[in-house]
Write a protein that binds this ligand. Structure first.
Ligand code: AMP
Length: 144
């Protein structure tokens, strides 16, 4: 019988993230699989018309943002009875980091929400769409 061994749940912090987590948790329980929760912190570059622009300014808040994201992910996991789960925070473009993490860590199923902040008007959100096309493993897009 086919079994998933390592499931990756990609979570943003929309209210729908809980649904993604609940599906991932239930599949992990069913297959006895490891579960990793991943959030990607997007660092937004500020461009144009800023005289004092510098990379130092641009990335000054990075440690604070990452720390906040870590705390929020811990809190979300605890609230969904997933405290012992592997939690991962990365920085970059979500679709790129999610597929790269899955490739490098022997993930055999990625669980994403059908929509989040990037894709309300699309059939699938832009992250879900890109992950579906580029991941080498199975992808479950939870309808949110
Ligand atoms: P979106 O592309 O914003 O419509 O999001 C669709 C789904 O991609 C969300 O429900 C999440 O599962 C995932 N996703 C979006 N942004 C992130 C992020 N920053 N970190 C992790 N997963 C994300």
């Amino acid at each position: 019988m086919f079994e998933y061994n390592h499931i990756l749940a990609a979570v943003d912090y929309t209210v729908e993230a809980r649904l993604v987590l609940q599906h991932a948790r239930s599949l992990a329980e069913r297959y006895g699989a490891d579960l990793t929760l991943l959030h990607v912190v997007e660092l937004m570059p500020v461009v144009g018309g800023i005289e004092s622009f510098s990379y130092v300014d641009l990335y000054a808040d990075q440690p604070e943002l990452i720390e906040r994201a870590e705390n929020d992910l811990k809190k979300l996991a605890a609230e969904e009875q997933l405290s012992g789960t592997n939690l991962k925070i990365l920085t970059g473009v979500p679709k790129v980091e999610i597929t790269a993490y899955a490739r490098d860590n022997d993930i055999d199923l990625i669980v994403v929400g059908s929509h989040g902040r990037h894709g309300i008007s699309l059939i699938l959100g832009s992250t879900a769409n890109a992950v579906l096309h580029h991941a080498k493993c199975d992808v479950l897009a939870v309808r949110v």
